[in-house]
Design a binder for this molecule. Sequence first.
Ligand SMILES: Cc1ncc(COP(=O)(O)O)c(C=O)c1O
Length: 416
Amino acid sequence: MCEALGTVRPYEQERRVVLSVLPHYADGAMSGPNMPARLLLGPGPSMVHPRVLAALGQPLVGHLDPEFLALLDRVQEDLKRLFKTQNQLTLPISGTGSAGMEACFANLIEDGDEVVIGVNGVFGTRMADVATRLGAQVVKVMADWGDIIHPEAVSEALASCRNPSLVAVVHAETSTGAWQPLEDIGELARSHDALFMVDMVTSLGGCPVEVDAWGIDACYSGTQKCLSCPPGLSPISLSERAAEKIRARESKPRSWYLDLSLIGSYFGGERVYHHTAPISMIYALAEALALVHEEGLEKRFARHERHHLALIAGLSVLGIEPAAAAGYRLWMLNSVSVPDGVDEAGIRRRLLLDHGIEIGAGLGPLAGDVWRIGLMGESSRPENIRRLLLALACELGGDGVAAVREADAQLSRAGS
Ligand SMILES: Cc1ncc(COP(=O)(O)O)c(C=O)c1O
């Protein structure tokens, strides 16, 4: 442990906030795991607002209770405002972001369909794997990890297909920190009469998304990133074009659990039982969405941008530079190069155990070379940036005060 921070339990404040909203944990009246309150600055999960934690502890009601159904309606409306869509088929899938990915593919592709998928990191690779397992003929558009998928390459891939049915890319590649532009690729998909699918697991709630304006037919996200809710639900949205494709299927989707025709009858008004909704997680998502809309989308996105710039400014004083391609760097997930000669895993471990701060490791070809620092939702706060910069300086031996001053100067230039 660094001498300068030796007497501080850095996560004590968060623990006190949690105990103040869940007092039964404080007096020992309830037993349960006694988890440390970490500062979560990794690729997800992110910090959760005390109001969301408190929502999880609300009394359970049945999944057909009128109060619960009214809450579900509200969640769907709040999701539409967030995705910027009028799509009727906008709802939270039970399961994490990968369940949303699998739901979209399972419902939109049939055996032998030609599907073009951008692969420039872990999650494009996963999309290709999932689509292949579901019977698609996948045409991969490859790019270097850290780079984006270029529209010209998508155009070539589409031209090589006989009858492409779907084009899919990842908006925010969490494994590399690359921010994928969408509009040109969406137009290409439409010009081939193919559906356009986008992974928004990391982008939703942290940067603009415009489902209707960008012609997106299917997208899915996760609750544990910029929505600052625990993991467990995957908000999805499907256009009328996508819904029509599902209605016109020749075969049933390969997954019963993720069959949107069946799930849609619970959400769509008839309230037909399909599976028991994860009630407490819906409470949490409802509260997380309320917080998003109370803040306002534009203000929330501007906060993510401001804090990304402040972090990058502070890190550069410590000799740590961004790894993703210039001009395409995500605000909510900062992939940065580990300085030469530094014990990547050792520093990460000390940040966690001595400073109570989680950051992420590199994945795949980037393992050992990058750290992934998330400033998502509730985690995207100036005090968290300062705490991380000081802890890193402590462990790396740099000038932490100068790094914090640089980050603060950037924040004041941005007017906060
Ligand atoms: C871009 C992206 N897509 C998909 C996923 C999978 O989501 P989950 O881990 O919630 O299943 C993740 C998770 O980190 C992600 O970052």
